[in-house]
Design a protein around this ligand. Structure first.
Ligand SMILES: [Zn+2]
Length: 378
């Protein structure tokens, strides 16, 4: 093994964006849904085990369950079901080599392990990222239109006490082509009235009002904590063509001097656009996140793209794993393997010396995240 591959195999990772593991045992249909961003189970005769992620799981996780590499789908599933979700978590999570999980606590949070439980299973420290839209939705029922601004500000301030950053899913709820202007108080009060009236009709507090989405974002800017943005690839709520991060360039421009850091998550297929933003704007960072799992054998090309233009000091590791221990395990494994391949090719071409290569391993694995999230001596 080369020096670089060895360093990448052994470095402890900070996973700067991930979610919790599912709490209970899964049906095969549950598993297949969690192994994709699709909202539909594969039609009869097809399986997610034949996707790049499924192929990776059957190659890499099968031996850990006592199976041959490349076990077939049914054999893998039977072995996994026999082990069970909880035991598989205990087996795989410590093997990821992730010592810090920065967890987005805002999605389906009752069915998934909380931060303390995640820390125990993974034997890692856990830090929280608070999802802005979830905070806004949580004040519904406790406020009226005129009180929304204050209620949201108070609740965000309360949640910010223990949070290390925020997450925005404006890409899902509107698009990254949002108006970069901070809405006025009167516009927010009016929009809150419209949203509350909507909730009366629909019975569902799902925030998608563009004025309020912009308002909660600008309120978050005032806290000077990092804000993660979902970018590109996602589930069927996404209109992918509106999730190119260059569509929020004006917002990025207006926040340069605010003290916030903007992290662009997974970015597929806009990885080069994200790299451009990270190069040009001092407070923009990127990762390849979930897309390494979902592209599996092709992931190295995307890691190469992510290192094409952005300074190495702006590139972060995340698994963006949700629910399945396999997503954490394979996410870390693929990232280590692909990053080693790319850095090794730079070494082989003598663009890079070994001392810098080892420094870059450490930066992308953890010290960039320490800087971005201001974790200092943690
Ligand atoms: Zn995520």
């Amino acid at each position: 093994m080369t020096v670089i591959a060895d360093a990448l195999n052994n470095v402890q990772l900070i996973d700067h964006h991930c979610h919790g593991l599912m709490r209970s045992d899964l049906s095969r249909a549950d598993f297949e849904l969690l192994a994709t961003e699709s909202d539909w189970v594969e039609p009869p005769g097809q399986t997610i085990f034949d996707s790049p992620f499924g192929i990776t799981v059957r190659a890499e996780v099968s031996p850990l369950l006592g199976l041959d590499r490349h076990a077939d789908a049914d054999t893998y599933w039977q072995a996994r079901a026999a082990v069970g979700q909880a035991e598989l978590g205990k087996l795989l999570m410590p093997m990821t080599g992730i010592d810090t999980l920065i967890i987005d606590s805002g999605f389906r949070s009752t069915n998934i392990l909380d931060l303390n439980e995640m820390g125990e299973v993974a034997r890692a420290r856990t830090l929280e990222i608070v999802r802005l839209e979830s905070v806004a939705e949580s004040v519904i029922g406790h406020t009226d239109a005129a009180g929304f601004r204050q209620a949201f500000a108070d609740e965000l301030a309360r949640r910010a006490l223990s949070a290390h950053g925020f997450k925005s899913i404006i890409a899902y709820r509107y698009g990254l082509d949002f108006d970069p202007e901070r809405p006025t108080d009167a516009e927010v009060d009016h929009a809150a009235g419209e949203w509350l009236a909507d909730i009366e009709v629909s019975g569902r507090a799902r925030l998608s009002h563009p004025v309020l989405l912009r308002h909660i974002l600008w309120t978050a800017v005032g806290f000077h904590k990092p804000i993660q943005f979902h970018v590109g690839y996602g589930d069927s709520d996404i209109n992918l063509h509106r999730c190119d991060p260059t569509q929020m360039t004006e917002f990025i421009r207006r926040t340069v001097d605010t003290g916030v850091q903007i992290t662009l998550l997974h970015c597929y297929p806009f990885i080069r656009e994200a790299g451009f933003l990270a190069q040009v704007y001092p407070h923009v960072w990127l990762d390849t996140g979930a897309i390494l799992n979902y592209t599996g054998p092709s992931a190295v090309r995307l890691v190469r793209d992510s290192l094409e233009l952005a300074p190495i000091s702006k590139v972060l590791f995340s698994s963006d794993a949700f629910g399945l221990p396999e997503l954490y395990y394979c996410g870390a494994l693929i990232w280590r393997r692909c990053t080693a391949q790319v850095l090794q090719s730079w070494l082989d071409d003598d663009y890079l010396g070994e001392r810098d290569a080892l420094r870059y391993v450490d930066m992308m694995a953890r010290t960039n995240a320490l800087r971005c999230y201001d974790l200092g001596g943690m």
